[in-house]
Design a protein around this ligand. Structure first.
Ligand SMILES: NC(=O)c1ccc[n+]([C@@H]2O[C@H](COP(=O)([O-])OP(=O)(O)OC[C@H]3O[C@@H](n4cnc5c(N)ncnc54)[C@H](OP(=O)(O)O)[C@@H]3O)[C@@H](O)[C@H]2O)c1
Length: 421
C-alpha cells in the first residue's frame, strides 16, 4: 500500500478537481535570492497573500459537516515578529477529532482556522532562534498555505520537559527541524504519517506492550485507519499472530490484502464466534484506538496476564457512521469513559485478569523520538512497514478532504491535506 494507491481512490472521489491540486503561486520551493524588507529576509517568490480556511459556523449536535461550515479567506502575508518564522505549509495531517473541535465547545473558534494539525512546513523567513530559512520542520499548522510559527510555542507540547527541549531545540514535543537523513529517505506524506503522531503512537504502544513474542496472539483494532494499520504491521514484523478489523467485509479484506494478516468485519453479527475461531488460544495483547462494543467483545476473550494498550475512542468519534448507529454507539453502551474508549466492564476484565494496561498520549514519549525514527526507518527500509495515507491535494479541496473523513467515504490510513510540494 502506498500513497499512490490511496491517491487513486481519492481522485475517484473528487474527479479532476481533486487532482488539480496545488494552488498556483504557492507550489514549488523558494530558490531565488532573499531580499531585505524592513530588516527581514524576504524571499522574492513569497506571495503577498496567503489562503486560509476558517470555521464559518459551529458544527451542531447532529454532527453534519458541510461546506457551510468553511470559509476561504485571503489575507496579507504576515511579517514574522522577533522570535517567529514565516513558513509555507506543505502538508497537514487531519486528525479524527477535527469535527468535534468544530463544535461550540471545541477548540476551533468561528472565524479562525484549526491550527492543531501536525504539519510539515518550509521555513521562508526566520527571526526564530532554532529555525533557519530553508529548513523543513514539523510543527502545528492550520488549514492554510502560510503562517507564522515559533519554536517557543508550548501548545500541544511540553516546554517543561527539559529533555525534549534539549532534543528539539523547541518548547514543543511536536515541533522540530527534520534531520537531513529523514528528509533524504522519506517523502513528506511518510514523514507526517509514519514518523508523526500516528506512527509514534503505534511504535510506543507496541514497545510498551512488549516484548512482543512470536507466541503472542494479538488483536489490533482500527486496522484500516492510521494508527492501527501501523501497529498491526509492527506486531507482525515481530513474528506474532496478528488479527485486524475492518468496517465491513470489503475493508477487512483490504487489511488482509495489504498487510497479510487475517481480519474480521467488526460489524458481523457473529463477531464473538468469529473471534473465538480466530484466537483459539485466547488473546494475549489488544491494541485499541476504538473502544466501544468491539473492545467489549475482544476483552472477554483476553487471557490472564495479558497486555492492553488503549489509545483512542474511534467508536465514539465515528458512531454516526455505523449502519445501526443507535445500537452500537459507544455512548449507548458505555458506563463511563475511563482510559479513552474503555467501558466499566472492559476495565473490570482488565483488573480481574491482571492485564497490564497502557493508556497515554504518545507525546509522553517525545524524548524517545530519535530511537523511534531509527527503528521505524529500519522497518520501512526492509519493507516490513508500509505507509498508508490518503492525500487530498490543493488548498481549495481542504474542506472536501476533511468532510470525507466523516461522510462514509472512509479514507484508508491517515488523511492528509497537501498545500505545496
Ligand atoms: N493516544 C494517542 O497518543 C493518540 C494518537 C493518535 C490518535 N489517537 C486516537 O486514536 C483514535 C484512532 O485514531 P486514528 O488516527 O487511527 O483514526 P482513523 O485513522 O480515523 O481510523 C479510525 C479507525 O477506527 C475504526 N472504527 C471506527 N468506528 C469503529 C467501531 N465502531 N468499531 C470498530 N472500529 C471502528 C475504523 O474502521 P473502518 O473505517 O473500517 O470502519 C478505522 O480503522 C482516535 O480516537 C484518536 O484521537 C490517540
Amino acid at each position: 500500500m502506498t500513497a499512490d494507491r490511496s491517491s487513486v481512490s481519492r481522485r475517484g472521489l473528487f474527479g479532476a478537481a481533486g487532482k488539480a491540486t496545488v494552488v498556483a503561486g504557492i507550489a514549488g520551493g523558494i530558490t531565488a535570492p532573499f531580499r531585505s524588507l524592513g530588516g527581514v529576509a524576504w524571499a522574492a517568490e513569497t506571495p503577498k497573500t496567503l489562503k486560509k480556511w476558517v470555521l464559518a459556523k459551529n458544527v451542531g449536535d447532529d454532527n453534519k459537516l458541510t461546506m457551510e461550515h468553511f470559509k476561504l479567506v485571503e489575507q496579507p502575508m504576515p511579517v514574522p515578529a522577533q522570535g517567529e518564522a514565516l513558513v509555507q505549509v506543505m502538508m497537514v495531517n487531519i486528525h479524527s477529532g477535527t469535527r468535534n473541535r468544530m463544535k461550540a465547545k471545541g477548540g476551533t473558534k468561528v472565524g479562525e482556522t484549526d491550527d492543531s494539525n501536525y504539519a510539515i512546513a518550509r521555513v521562508l523567513q526566520s527571526r526564530d532562534k532554532t529555525y533557519r530559512e530553508g529548513d523543513i520542520i514539523a510543527c502545528q499548522a492550520g488549514w492554510n498555505t502560510h503562517q507564522t510559527t515559533t519554536s517557543e510555542r508550548t501548545r500541544g507540547g511540553a516546554g517543561e520537559f527539559a529533555l525534549v527541549e534539549e532534543l528539539n531545540g523547541t518548547k514543543s514535543r511536536t515541533s522540530y527541524v527534520f534531520r537531513p537523513v529523514m528528509l533524504k529517505q522519506f517523502k513528506p506524506d511518510v514523514l507526517l504519517d509514519v514518523f508523526g503522531t500516528s506512527g509514534l503512537t503505534a511504535y510506543y504502544g507496541v514497545r510498551e506492550c512488549g516484548p512482543i513474542m512470536p507466541r503472542d496472539w494479538i488483536a489490533v483494532s482500527g486496522t484500516t485507519g492510521s494508527v492501527g494499520s501501523m501497529a498491526a504491521q509492527i506486531c507482525k514484523a515481530k513474528g506474532a499472530h496478528v488479527v485486524g478489523f475492518g468496517g465491513g467485509l470489503e475493508r477487512a479484506k483490504w487489511v488482509t490484502d495489504n498487510f497479510g494478516i487475517p481480519a474480521l468485519d467488526y460489524r458481523a453479527k457473529d463477531l464473538d464466534a468469529q473471534l473465538k475461531a480466530a484466537f483459539p488460544k485466547g488473546i494475549d495483547v489488544y491494541i485499541d484506538g476504538v473502544g466501544g462494543p468491539l473492545a467489549e467483545s475482544v476483552a472477554k476473550q483476553m487471557n490472564q496476564d495479558g497486555r492492553y494498550f488503549s489509545y483512542g475512542e474511534a467508536a465514539d468519534i465515528y458512531a454516526d457512521l455505523q449502519p445501526n448507529a443507535k445500537a452500537t454507539a459507544s455512548s449507548a453502551t458505555r458506563d463511563s469513559a475511563r482510559e479513552f474508549g474503555m467501558t466499566d466492564s472492559v476495565y473490570k476484565i482488565v483488573q480481574d485478569r491482571n492485564i497490564k494496561l497502557e493508556a497515554w498520549n504518545q507525546a509522553v514519549w517525545a524524548q524517545d523520538r530519535i530511537e523511534a525514527e531509527n527503528n521505524l526507518s529500519q522497518l520501512m527500509n526492509t519493507k516490513k512497514l508500509k505507509a498508508v495515507n490518503t492525500v487530498v491535494r490543493g488548498i481549495e479541496n481542504a474542506p472536501k478532504g476533511i468532510m470525507s473523513q466523516y461522510d462514509g467515504s472512509n479514507p484508508y490510513g491517515k488523511l492528509q491535506l497537501q498545500f505545496a510540494d
